[in-house]
Design a protein around this ligand. Structure first.
Ligand code: ZN
Length: 174
């Protein structure tokens, strides 16, 4: 293997994906530390620059404050259509239908998620948590033209543990 020359980083794309997904899990951890549900997301430009990041903030009473929704609205305000189309949204959990719709409406690019909505539904059932009021549809059911990659198997146990920690700290049915 050749050493990279000069100052240019030659990180393979898959490794870059993992770096951003790990940051999403860190943000999800921060959300649980703040008493919120464990979700975190990062918006990355085509250049690899991190443009914005957000964690779940539904704990204050607004159930629509998902990080993917916040990033879609940030992108609508701050990025050109071309910049949005080439940006990638990394997230600890696959977009819910609301966030997938926002992503599609705003015209953002690729999505990479650490864990799927199907995995989450299974974990919440195991944890005896009441099902979501919104059906868990795959992103492609809502935004059929978005390139989607995931899940990342090496992060599943860590994300599941965050959900277990969040729900263990709440009254039954919460
Ligand atoms: Zn959502």
């Amino acid at each position: 293997m050749a050493e990279p020359t000069g100052s240019e980083e030659t990180v393979p794309r898959a490794d870059a994906d993992l770096v951003h997904l790990r940051r999403c899990v860190d943000l999800a951890t921060a959300a649980v530390d703040a008493g919120d549900e464990p979700f975190g997301s990062v918006l990355v430009a085509a250049t690899g620059e991190v443009l914005a990041e957000e964690r779940n903030r539904v704990g204050a009473g607004d159930p629509t404050l998902h990080p993917e929704f916040a990033l879609a609205r940030w992108a609508a305000t701050n990025l050109t259509p071309a910049e949005r189309a080439t940006a990638t949204v990394y997230t600890s959990g696959e977009h819910c239908p609301m966030c997938a719709a926002a992503h599609g409406w705003v015209g953002l690019g690729r999505i990479v998620y650490a864990t799927s909505s199907a995995q989450l539904a299974g974990w919440l059932a195991e944890l005896d948590v009441a099902p979501s009021p919104v059906r868990a549809l795959p992103i492609h059911e809502v935004a059929p033209h978005v390139v989607v990659d995931g899940p990342e198997p090496t992060l599943a146990a860590q994300v599941r543990a965050l959900h277990a920690r969040f729900h263990a700290a709440r009254p039954a049915g919460g």
